[in-house]
Write a protein that binds this ligand. Structure first.
Ligand code: SAM
Ligand code: SF4
Length: 327
């Protein structure tokens, strides 16, 4: 089977799989009131269903997998999921996005299971500001986990920071101090509007270009875009061990670099984070014999992927918050 490609020539070697919609944090831009379970909601995919899903995707050329959520570490069988995912033939890079609350406790277990890349959400290096954004005074422990990951030689360690006007958008100097000697990548992410955060977005959205101008003034250089790179713009500086990536979903051509598909915790394929529909794959994950049907179903949906999102027009699709889809 040839690799997945859409009608705009984009390929999709990268799958982001949410394994649980629940989260233990209440980030102001995502779940400001915490996670509330819907009593009628289906359970997240089981380990067997996940395994079948991944085998179908690797047959279509997927080789990079990111486990996300909600907060993936809320799931008790996370280590089993990682071990199983790493063993699926064709998965060459196994990454996870986490808020880091269990990182220091489980890092070695996760690495032994096959995890080789991690993104930890750290929106600020200021302890009080971190507690304000997430609802939890856990910054020191999370940064300790990040140091452990670096010391343990995890292949890729990145921090995700969502830029928020009048909250954390004046912190470039402290980030630069942090990055001088740390082999870590920080990705500054422009706040995205979702169904639930419209007023918050209006008050706190700030264009990432403002930060990029400051980087260029300070001698940071934009790296040429690699052919298989995602939508991030990467910067480096000869005096710094760390790197900076900018994710600016409102910038021109952002979607041209799209290389990923998403599957929600209950098995809906999402062609775009901000799309208008999900395609239920769960019925095709009930037995190993369904593999051909699954592969055909996924391959057949790619033609429906739009060229770009409609965020500029305020259309956020069916995503109430990123915890629901897997950010
Ligand atoms: N709970 C994990 C975490 O926070 O890393 C994984 C899921 S979270 C939805 C994935 C990423 O999406 C995080 O880095 C988070 O900061 C980011 N995110 C959530 N809501 C966002 C929004 N409205 N705009 C931009 N990024 C957002
Ligand atoms: Fe939870 Fe991640 Fe959303 Fe924060 S961004 S509330 S940690 S899912």
């Amino acid at each position: 089977m040839s690799p997945l490609a859409d009608r705009y020539g984009r390929r999709f070697p990268y799958l982001r799989l949410s394994i649980i919609p629940a989260c233990n944090f209440r980030c102001t831009y995502c779940l400001p009131h915490g996670y509330h379970a819907d009593a009628n909601a289906a359970a997240p995919l089981s380990l067997d269903e996940i395994t079948r899903l991944l085998r179908g995707f690797t047959e279509l050329g997927m080789h990079k997998l990111r486990i996300t959520g909600g907060e993936p570490s809320v799931r008790r069988d996370l280590t089993d999921i990682l071990r199983t995912a790493a063993a699926v033939p064709g998965v060459t890079k196994l990454a996870m996005t986490t808020n880091g609350t269990l990182l220091s406790r489980h890092l070695h277990e996760w690495m032994d299971a096959g995890l080789n890349a991690i993104n930890v959400s750290v929106d600020t290096l200021d302890r009080a500001c971190f507690a304000h954004i997430t609802g939890h005074d856990r910054l020191d422990d999370i940064l300790h986990g990040v140091n452990m990951a670096l010391d343990a030689g995890l292949a890729s360690v990145k921090l995700n920071a969502v830029l928020l006007r009048d909250v954390n958008d004046k912190e470039l100097p402290s980030w630069l101090d942090y990055l001088r000697d740390k082999r870590v990548g920080v990705r500054f992410i422009e706040l995205m509007q979702t169904g639930d955060n419209v007023a918050f977005f209006r008050d706190h959205h700030v264009r990432a270009e403002v930060l990029e101008e400051q980087l260029l003034t300070r001698g940071w250089q934009l790296l040429p875009r690699a052919a298989d790179a995602g939508p991030a713009r990467e910067y480096r500086h000869p005096d710094y061990a760390g790197r900076i990536g900018i994710i600016a979903p409102y910038s021109k051509d952002f979607c041209a670099g799209c290389n990923r598909l998403r599957v929600t915790a209950t098995g809906d394929l999402r062609l775009c984070l901000f799309g208008e529909f999900g395609i239920p794959l769960r019925p095709l994950l009930q037995s190993d014999d369904q593999r051909d049907d699954l592969v055909r179903a996924i391959g057949g949906q790619i033609g429906r992927k739009e060229q770009g999102h409609f965020l500029h027009e305020g259309r956020t699709g069916i995503t109430p918050h990123l915890a629901s889809t897997g950010g």
